[in-house]
Design a protein around this ligand. Structure first.
Ligand SMILES: Cc1cc2nc3c(=O)[nH]c(=O)nc-3n(C[C@H](O)[C@H](O)[C@H](O)COP(=O)(O)O)c2cc1C
Length: 418
């Protein structure tokens, strides 16, 4: 029997009714989605149906025993909401909602290994039983509802410590003022001219900081956190040792590149030794100071190679933060060339970060091999379901909590993992 085309509007109406009738035969179908109806009219072609290859952004990756479902990392973000180093209910809310975002890895904010290592008095710490217990409480709650791997960034702010909260101006607080303390650094040079100078660290102070990093790593292991990221970027203590602009020492820890890397590498070794061997210890670096004669890409590559030789799990490439004279060419993906250069020099995974906001942009970074993973900070605060939207856009699937499964858009029936 000849089939007579009934016209697009009529077909759409039939399909939308949930029942398709051809002549007298009735075929029960699932109801068509609005998106499918638009496809019928040729208005829209969903990406997942035309994509011939699966997106790299949603390919799993293993780093040691750490198994990441995709290449999206939530970058560490200070919340300035702790009390005496202890996480509060804010952290439970903040980390809790990020833990159901579908990202591959959640990184806990810069966590100070000593009270003096905090950027501000409201930073999170992990230096005693109280700070450990507060973090354990947060993690226990999150773990109940999310199996997203969690990393922690262990940090010491050095001369950039003892500041006010960003939303109160973020200025340095003097040691004799409430919520202030004496800062320390490789050399007695302040971050900004006019600021109260840090005390130059002697060998005893350096050993104490090194031991504090190791102790925090042991607490991290006890907390069941999956990976550690050592903060050696953004002008904080380890970066202060690396950069010739802030390290003016004339002992074994200053001068040549080898000497300037010595203390950060000792910290790495101490943390590596204190953390289970199969669990990743990664390092966040600034790829450049963006200041002439400062820390630069060539030195970053040498540092990354030295870290790889010592068993570093991954390198996270950010930039800047050491010197107020920095001239940063801010724009989309502006730090990706730094990550690419490091990636070409090492064989461990490299993470790119900085103004990565667009789904195709992220896919291009990992798809072309500029980096193995991408990290997002502000984009995740603005849109905490960024990984869901990226998966929908790129035609991949992503995990969602059972409680939210019904939010899956009808046009993307395979979006959420089974
Ligand atoms: C609120 C906020 C807090 C941050 N805290 C940290 C931190 O604790 N440790 C760190 O290394 N970087 C920190 N950063 C920098 C981010 O991790 C990230 O490198 C930077 O924002 C660039 O990425 P984005 O363009 O995706 O935001 C913070 C950024 C923001 C916006």
């Amino acid at each position: 029997m000849a089939f007579v085309w009934p016209g697009i509007a009529h077909v759409a109406k039939m399909l939308l009714s949930g029942v398709t009738r051809f002549k007298s035969k009735t075929v029960a179908r699932r109801p068509i989605t609005a998106l499918e109806a638009r496809m019928q009219t040729g208005n829209i072609i969903p990406r997942q149906r035309v994509s011939m290859s699966s997106p790299k952004l949603f390919e799993p990756l293993s780093v040691g025993s750490l198994k990441l479902a995709n290449r999206i990392v939530i970058a560490p973000m200070c919340q300035y909401s702790a009390v005496d180093g202890c996480m509060t209910d804010w952290h439970l809310m903040h980390l809790g909602h990020l833990a159901v975002s579908g990202a591959g890895l959640l990184t806990i904010e810069a966590t100070a290994v000593t009270p003096e290592g905090r950027i501000s008095y409201a930073d999170v710490g992990l230096w005693d039983d109280q700070t450990e217990a507060a973090m354990a409480r947060t993690l226990k709650a999150i773990r109940q509802w999310s199996d997203m791997p969690i990393a922690i960034q262990l940090a010491h702010a050095g001369r950039k410590a003892s500041t006010d909260l960003p939303w109160l101006g973020g200025r340095q607080i003097l040691p004799d003022q409430p919520n202030g303390w004496q800062t320390m650094a490789p050399s007695a040079q302040p971050f900004q001219s006019g600021e109260h100078a840090p005390v130059a660290m002697d060998r005893e102070a350096m050993a104490a900081v090194r031991d504090a990093f190791a102790a925090a790593a042991r607490r991290t292991a006890r907390l069941g956190i999956d990976a550690i990221q050592i903060h050696a970027a953004h002008g904080y203590l380890l970066h202060q040792f690396l950069s010739p602009l802030s390290n003016r020492r004339d002992d074994d820890y200053g001068g040549s590149l080898e000497n300037r890397m010595r203390f950060p590498l000792e910290i790495f070794d101490a943390v590596r030794e204190a953390f289970p061997a199969d669990q990743a210890v990664s390092v966040r670096v600034s790829g450049t100071d963006w200041v002439p004669d400062g820390w630069d890409l060539e030195q970053t590559v040498a540092f990354a190679q030295a870290l790889e030789d010592r068993g570093c799990g991954a390198i996270h490439v950010s930039s800047g933060g050491l010197d107020p004279a920095q001239q940063i060419p801010v724009g989309p993906s502006y730090q990706v060339p730094l990550a690419r250069a490091v990636k070409q020099a090492v064989s461990i995974p490299v993470i790119a970060v900085g103004l990565i906001t667009d789904y195709d942009q992220a896919e291009a970074i990992v798809g072309t091999g500029d980096a193995d993973l991408i990290a997002l900070a502000r984009g995740m605060l603005y849109n905490p379901r960024w990984p869901w939207h990226a998966a929908a856009h790129l035609g991949a699937s992503v995990s969602a909590p059972n409680q939210y499964l019904r939010s899956q858009p009808r046009g993307f029936p395979d979006l959420f993992d089974e």
